[in-house]
Design a protein around this ligand. Structure first.
Ligand code: UFG
Length: 339
């Protein structure tokens, strides 16, 4: 089988590893680059076991132009890039903004500088619903105005979108770009062989929930219950990571087929909003685990409610999610028990 090569930066990370599996299963040949700063080599073992084959992986920093050039020279005929590699902790980005700007912007600039030299015309970029800030309307569509970022992390996503818009426009058809604005990815591969590997105390809700159920954390603190939402807790759009990974496969297919606008933006969520309390209840129902939780003060910077309108991804990409919130949470719990 002659597989089309796709470079996957951050391919050993949480979303990246699931995308690598889906790409390979769809007939592509993923080539991973990852510096393993926020990922672990065990993800490669999981990928190997799921796929029954090794996926090439280069342990390099994507912001290092010479290193990336070396990979492109070695692999020669890469046809597209999915760019996941980035720092992603909101709080850390406030404390260490320079690290975020250097890495998240630097790696994208390196890729964009090298793509023409190697005849690579397609890139999928991992953006985030963070670009919508506190939205004036719900659900948010791709036309919902973006807002100034509330963290350096969020700002790197917005700036990377701007860079991609400008560079793609200047490329006069030689570059095609899809910006995927993710909502909240959760859960793990059905095999239980790959999943999220948060280092230290998790920032995100679901790993905190599963670690609490596993007894690693004493209790979950729900950050505020007096928001202007039906039960007072924040609302998010939680999408199963495999559903999210599949959006990358259809995005790559669309880019390689050509014939569409040079830059396209898609929301990738479920279209459902769930409150933190609903997530806690769904977790208990799906797993039979009782969760110890308390209500605490709101977390600085949290958006009260955001969820996606996914009409565009459904109509244009044929994208549909298939995993319910409860099944997503059950998969997260199954993964937690393997750790
Ligand atoms: N939450 C708690 N307790 C916790 C952790 C989270 O109540 O211990 C709540 C948060 O207040 C929020 C919800 O759970 O209402 C989800 O929080 P996450 O940290 O899991 O996710 P966020 O929506 O805050 O952040 C996600 C990504 C960020 C991204 C942001 C906006 O993790 O990278 O969406 O795009 F910036």
């Amino acid at each position: 089988m002659n597989r089309t090569k796709i470079l996957v930066t951050g391919g050993a990370g949480y979303i990246g590893s699931h995308a690598v599996v889906e790409l390979y299963e769809a007939g592509y040949q993923p080539i991973i680059v990852d510096n393993f700063v926020n990922s672990q080599e065990s993800a490669l073992n999981g990928i190997r076991t799921i796929l029954g084959t090794d996926i090439p992986c280069y342990k390099i920093d994507c912001a290092n132009e010479a290193a990336v050039r070396g990979v492109l020279e070695q692999e020669k005929d890469i046809k597209g890039i999915i760019h996941f590699a980035a720092y992603k902790a909101v709080g850390e980005s406030v404390a260490e903004p320079l690290k975020y700007y250097q890495n998240n912007l630097g790696s994208l600039l390196v890729l964009l500088a090298l793509m023409p030299e190697f005849g690579i015309q397609s890139i999928v970029f991992s953006s985030s619903c963070t670009v919508y800030g506190v939205p004036d309307q719900l659900p948010v569509t791709e036309q919902t105005p973006t807002k100034p970022a509330t963290s350096p992390y969020g700002n790197t996503k917005k700036i990377c979108e701007d860079i991609l818009n400008d560079v793609t426009a200047a490329g006069k058809g030689q570059l095609r770009t899809i910006l995927l604005r993710y909502f909240n990815p959760i859960g793990a591969h059905a095999s239980g062989l790959i999943g999220e590997l948060p280092l230290g105390v998790p920032n995100n809700l679901i790993p905190f929930v599963t670690q609490t159920a596993a007894g690693i954390r004493e209790k979950l603190t729900i950050f505020g219950d007096t928001y202007d939402t039906p039960d007072g807790t924040n609302i998010r759009d939680y999408i199963h990571v495999v559903d999210l990974a599949k959006a990358h496969v259809v995005a790559v297919e669309r880019l390689l087929a050509g014939g569409h606008a040079d830059v396209e933006v898609f929301n990738v969520g479920t279209g459902r909003g769930n409150s933190v309390l609903e997530v806690v209840n769904a977790f208990e129902k799906a797993t039979g685990q009782k969760l110890n939780y308390v209500i605490g003060p709101p977390r600085a910077g949290d958006v009260p409610a955001i969820y996606a309108d996914v009409t565009k991804a459904t109509q244009e990409l044929g994208f549909q999610t298939t995993t319910s919130l409860e099944d997503s949470l059950a998969s997260a719990w199954k993964w937690q028990q393997t750790l």
